[in-house]
Design a protein around this ligand. Sequence first.
Ligand code: C2O
Ligand code: CU
Length: 634
Amino acid sequence: MTSGLTGAWLALVVVQVLAWAGACVLGAGLAPLTRRARALALVGLGLLGTAAAVCAAVVAANLVAVSWSFGAEKLLVAAPIGVLSSVAATAVLVRDLVRTTRNASASTPGLMGVLVAAALGAAVAPAALLLIGGVLTPAAGLMLAAVWLVGSAIALLAAHHRPKRAVISAGAVAALCAGLLALFTVFGPSSAAPASAGHHLVEAQPAAAGTVPVTELRETEEGTSTVTFELEARHETITLPGGTRFDALTFGSVPGPAIVVEQGQLVEVTLTNRDVAEGVTLHWHGYDVPNGDDGVAGVTQDVVGIGESFTYRFVADVPGSYWYHTHQGALEGITRGLFGSLVVLPGSGPLDTVEVTALIHTFGGVTLVGGTDVLDVPVTEHDTRVRLGNTDQLPRRVVLDGDARLIAVDGRDLAEPVIVSAGTVLRLPAGGRLDLLTAPGDVRSLAIEGAPGSGLTFGGADEVAALSFSGPEFDLLDAATSPMPAWAAGPYDVEGVQVLDRLVRVVDGIPRLADTINGAAFPFIDPIVVEEGDVVAVTIENRGTETHPMHLHGHHAVVLSRNGVIPDGALWLDTIDVRPGDVWRVAFVADNPGLWMDHCHNLDHARTGMVMHLAYAGVMSPFDYGHGSGNDPE
Ligand code: C2O
Ligand code: CU
């Protein structure tokens, strides 16, 4: 419903802008009309513009009723200026029409200035949308209002003195707008200086007493036993099903070697880089390792260059489905193949299930499941556990032709399995995992939306059935079957907010449409700062038109509510599917000290700004990103 309101608001703003732009064209005499006909047409456009402005204000009020951040700049900046300028200009136009009717020779002097001022007033709405967004500060609001006032004054003066020189006022207005853009992108909300929490303390000052570098936050526990893996990153041309060749980056296979360990074991993975010029790291997506083993270039370590290596260690004490991937140039690295699965099996001893790990990944437009187009699952007398994961940038929807049970989400077993009946569509957020259990013979195919022919078959079905995706979508909140931890009820020591938006901001030194959190783009976003032991609540609000799968490293969060709906039990997530217009509240305990990434796992969005830190007070990173460091986490 929020998306509908936002769409309606946008449409009204377009009408308002077009009405006043059209009025400017008429006012400048660019249409062959008699004076009277023109005056009449102008009044019509003025009334249209005014009506649109008033309706937009009403819609803005409704958006604010949903969430302050969804409508603040629309209600407090765009609406007053839009309505005021429209009403004033329309009043002048009506007077002009009356005059023209009475005395065909008279026309209001400086009329053009009034029209330009109204057009500028209408333009405040899109400007507020793209420059201010959901984090409205008095400074930002006043800055925009001031530009409108100055632009209008220039237009009125210019038109009054030289009625024909509307061009001059238009030029002045354009210059003002350019200046405004520069002001916002350079000095806009919290973008004056990089949010430096935890960074550069080494260079800036001697480490304060009690300051812990992330390099000291490494795994210190011993496991029941140690399992070692070696992963070598390399360039490789792979052949996709169908014969297309793809210039990949791999850990020796696609996906990388499956890392399967037993609960309690110490996992020791040595990464080496054969020939990946961009460098590589290993991040354990969803597995909450100690910070120094988290594998983020420029935050928890330096990038592993060609010929170099790095050894990660962590005790795998939480069974579940996870994955690993490079966190250096992650968008390109993962897209081209630098990822694999990590599975922690419960305890030791024989399994009573057939295990299938099915990471869905798109290579150059070809969707693969576990490295192939059709992954066939042998059917035995045992149930099959299918560990689905989405390593792409967009959510993926899958459907089965038989009943299955959802038994785990994001590496956390559900207390009660939930039936997913045949034809029900399951949605996997980018980076997310869902584990399904199927009984022998119940399911023949699992199909993937948008990838006909790709999917899973069970027991040697010839091909993946062409299933319909028009069935109901499974609501993940229905998987909230675990007991809610007592601390989740609050009180919260820290309240974090993430307003997700798309605004004009500087990214990599260039102003552009950026994916922002709280009005800023990485690295200018203020971190959420916590102390060890804090109970942290975070409200995530998506103002945009795209889904943002928000992924917090090092912690699993429990869902408190989504769009006001409180789940019946606990649902633990590491990747939150925040759709347009969604408001999620989640909570977690700050029990894993470090300097952590918290970012959108649509890495196109991460690339253009949607990355911030969860920073524990007193933890610092001696590493740096950008600035010729070679580190480039996303
Ligand atoms: Cu899988 Cu920082 O991400
Ligand atoms: Cu996103």
